[in-house]
Ligand binder design. Structure first.
Ligand code: ATP
Ligand code: MG
Length: 320
């Protein structure tokens, strides 16, 4: 008589068996959102709706705390196709998709089929993406306290600074700490950071490059009193500032005092001032106008006293 072969018997605790035999009857994710296929564990239909998973409706359980998704898979296994199918299938639920780039040309044909014309950026394209746009921050700006505005702005400025430095590094330039400082100053200036009451001005990269190439004087100097600017600048910048000042004040007065390697340790320039710096034996003195000698005041270059011989100057000043 043939006896049936006896099945081997295994014994284990319920905890171990639970690991081996999951009894997959659970529904998994709720049937809301894009239907993407089937759940390989349970065989039930698989739906994806990350927003609903985070903020569930109808008394459903919250499944995740963050709606981000990542797609992993070997090359050519259907990652892109799945993403595209997901985006398409979320459209009826009112979801909009921003595709920030289409390097492989996978999305463009689908967009065109949907009647959407992709925005083309890059060389030859007249379209511009403002990398220095404030984005949604601008909308909320006015609702924030001054303190909050200052904090938020510092974060934005640091981000922009990093971006611009990275762009210049990408062009083969090695940015220095000074560059960083200058950029920060220029960005603050452009956005109007010191005048938060009027809101923030939009900033674009061409504005930054223009201001860097042709800096406004006030950028580098501190106005300590109305019309009184102080600052530490190079000789070249100082001379440029002076030329610009003279140009700006036109018939108004201007005076510039700066440290110099001479006995007095300082030197100055004047423009349209009645008092004229005059060098007397190596020391610069101020020549004050004397109404009686009005006709003897030098003419011509108003910046410097010219037209007097050293001897006559000496004679004149000794008499005082
Ligand atoms: N479920 C599917 N059934 C049949 N063909 C599919 C399926 N999913 C994707 N494909 C096809 O497989 C090929 C590779 O798909 P896809 O480009 O989406 O893969 P990928 O994982 O994004 O690849 P890569 O790693 O190169 O980015 C495509 O031709 C696509 O049409
Ligand atoms: Mg792909």
């Amino acid at each position: 008589m043939d006896a049936p072969a006896r099945l081997p018997v295994f014994r284990a605790t319920t905890a171990q068996v639970g690991g081996l035999f999951p009894l997959l009857a659970a529904g998994g994710v709720p049937a809301v959102g894009a239907r993407m296929g089937y759940d390989a564990s349970s065989g039930s239909a698989f739906y994806a709706h990350p927003a609903e998973w985070v903020a569930p409706g109808d008394g459903r359980a919250k499944l995740v705390t963050n709606p981000n998704m990542m797609f992993y898979g070997e090359p050519g296994r259907g990652k892109s196709s799945t993403v595209l199918a997901f985006c398409l299938r979320m459209m009826p639920f009112g979801f909009k998709t921003l595709i920030s780039g289409d390097r492989k040309g996978e999305y463009t044909p689908v967009l065109r089929a949907l009647g959407i014309e992709p925005i083309v950026l890059g060389a030859g394209s007249p379209r511009r993406l403002n990398a220095l746009d404030l984005g949604p921050l601008r909308v909320r700006w006015d609702t924030w306290s001054h303190d909050r505005q200052r904090r938020e702005l510092e974060v934005v400025l640091v981000r922009w600074n990093r971006l611009l430095l990275a762009l210049s590094a990408d062009q083969g330039y090695a940015p220095t700490v000074t560059d960083e400082y200058v950029l920060h100053t220029v960005l603050r200036w452009l956005i109007g950071a010191d005048d938060t009451t009027t809101g923030l001005r939009p900033v674009t990269i061409p504005q930054v490059t223009r201001l860097l190439a042709d800096p406004d004087d006030a950028l580098w100097l501190l106005e300590i009193s109305a019309g009184v600017f102080v600052g530490k600048v190079t000789t070249r910048v100082r001379e440029l500032l002076w030329l610009r000042t003279v140009d700006m004040v036109k018939t108004g007065r201007a005076i510039m005092v700066f440290s110099a390697d001479n006995e007095q340790g300082l030197d100055f320039r004047t423009h349209k001032h009645d008092w004229i710096p005059t060098e007397i034996e190596g020391i610069t003195l101020m020549l004050r106008p004397n109404p009686e000698n009005e006709q003897r005041r030098p003419t011509g270059d108003p910046d410097r006293s010219t037209g007097w011989s050293s001897a006559s100057r000496r004679r004149r000043f000794r008499g005082r």
